[in-house]
Design a protein around this ligand. Structure first.
Ligand code: NAI
Length: 462
């Protein structure tokens, strides 16, 4: 009898299992993939970061080496070798989780699970007993009507297929200007593909601060990506290995087409709960197919919990990890908590884009009086030395109390810089607290301090 069986070994599930084991529980994790780590480690965050890193290096060699006196660099791309580098990166991480499971005496139950009744998890013909069950089964790409993904054929692909194309395409159409489309689109743009992004809305990365959206799109256009905005994709077909995408322009209903070697469908993801038997078990679901949970991640069935992409909220690995740790604490009789107001989001393009807390629009819509401190990376010596002087830090604080409400960064190391603001927000800090904190010179982090100074008496270098 297990104290806890976790279903799914992605960032939510494996972190939950490790924390529960650390708290003294006997834990098993059911995972049917050949490797631990879920979508994130196997076909998501980690492999995409390997390709983003490699293609960024190529871009640096082509665009910036000569500017620094590094002459005659002629870099060819060996796609097979780049794929091996990506695979080794993934393997190192998935093996790392296996090691952590052994270290924490967690059983990896191999196979796909269902829950025939509370307290029981069925894998193959074996039924395992568990006092508690955590559903951490993640998400999968949402299908798009009229567009059939075939990753094996490699012409119309989702994110999984796009990470493992047989060759670098000459042209690529990306459907959806969200996080996946822009990260993978920029990988192939840097590798030489002509990339066109077709987006239904008039802005990219829906939900982000409007100023960042505009600046980000401008920078991607400068890098060679093309955007067709306000266009609803209707269908896609393949003839002789070439895909044709049809879309309807919202402004005049005109139908247009575009052809490409590869089409990436990145129009969102949906919770992955098929095959678990949740219907028969009587687990309540939301209208959009997520598992309904209370503030302690408990489902409507006693002893069954759910976390991560399977429940409502941002579909982010780190949000799942936090919920995994917190639910383990709850199950162990302690107090698990996640502060949903301070969950950062990062897009790992170059430049990186990062955000936490309220956007300017959200703060204003909520009727809050705010002040904004903005600082351009052009005023930051370190960023300029690295040819990354574009972009800015935008800090949003309450006009009356000076409490930090949000931060939006587009520029070098944005994904790392955002965390000092996260810590500040967790401590209920004011913009002045950040402004009075000594930041080493020369670092790109000074731009965050300058934005905080701009909320008060003014930035020094602007
Ligand atoms: P998304 O929800 O971020 O963006 C999808 C985009 O597709 C939207 O802009 C939407 O307007 C557009 N769209 C939908 N239907 C369309 C149509 N018929 N024609 C044209 N455009 C259409 O979805 P995405 O990029 O697939 O990502 C899925 C999830 O994965 C997100 O929740 C994201 O946060 C997460 N993710 C996060 C990463 C990160 O944090 N770095 C990396 C990769 C994924």
């Amino acid at each position: 009898m297990y104290d806890l069986i976790v279903i799914g070994a992605g960032p939510g599930g494996y972190v939950c299992a490790i924390r529960a084991a650390q708290l003294g529980l006997k834990v098993g994790v059911v995972e049917g993939r050949e490797a631990l780590g879920g979508t994130c480690l196997n076909v998501g965050c980690i492999p995409s970061k390997a390709l983003l890193h490699a293609s960024h290096m190529l871009h640096e060699a082509h665009e910036n080496f000569e500017k620094m006196g590094l002459m005659n660099a002629h870099v060819d791309v060996d796609w097979t070798k780049m794929q091996s580098y990506k695979a080794e990166t993934v393997l190192g991480n998935t093996k790392g989780i296996e090691f952590l499971f052994k270290k924490n005496k967690i059983d990896w139950i191999k196979g796909w699970a269902s829950i025939p009744e509370a307290g029981k998890v069925k894998v193959g013909d074996t039924v395992h007993e568990a006092k508690n069950i955590v559903i951490a089964t993640g998400s999968s790409p949402s299908p798009l009507k009229g567009v059939e993904v075939d990753n094996a054929a490699g012409t119309i692909v989702d994110s999984t297929g796009a990470l493992a194309l047989a060759a670098i395409p000459k042209s690529m159409v990306v459907i959806g200007a969200g996080v996946i489309g822009l990260e993978l689109g920029s990988v192939y743009a840097r590798l030489g593909a002509e990339v066109t992004v077709v987006e239904y809305l008039d802005v990219i990365t829906p939900g982000m601060d409007a100023e960042v959206q505009k600046q980000f799109q401008k920078m991607l256009v400068k890098q060679g990506m093309t955007f067709v905005m306000g266009a609803a994709v209707q269908s896609a077909s393949v003839t002789d290995g070439q895909a044709t995408v049809s879309y309807k322009m919202k402004k005049d209903d005109s139908e247009q087409t575009i052809t490409a070697d590869v089409v990436l469908v990145s129009t969102g993801r949906r919770p992955h709960v098929e095959g678990l038997g949740l219907d028969a078990l009587g687990v309540a679901m939301t209208d959009r197919g997520f598992v309904k949970v209370d503030s302690h991640w408990a489902t409507s069935v006693k002893g069954v919990y759910a976390i991560g992409d399977a429940v409502p909220g941002p579909m982010l690995a780190h949000k799942a990890e936090d919920e995994g740790m917190a639910v383990a604490e709850v199950i162990a009789g302690k107090h698990g908590h996640v502060n949903y107001g301070v969950i950062p989001g990062v897009i790992y393009t170059t430049p990186e884009v990062a955000n936490v807390g309220l956007t300017e629009e959200q703060a204003k819509d909520g009727g809050r009086k705010i002040k904004i401190g903005k600082f351009p990376f052009m005023g930051n010596a370190r960023a300029k030395a690295q040819f990354q002087g574009e972009g800015f830090v935008k800090l949003i604080a309450d006009a009356e109390t000076d409490r930090i409400l949000g931060c939006h960064i587009i520029g070098p190391s944005a994904g790392d810089l955002i965390h000092e603001v996260c810590v500040a927000m967790e401590f209920g800090a004011s913009a002045e607290d950040l402004a009075l904190t000594c930041h080493a010179h020369p670092t790109v982090s000074e731009a965050v301090r300058e934005a905080a100074l701009a909320c008060g008496g003014g930035a020094i270098h602007a």
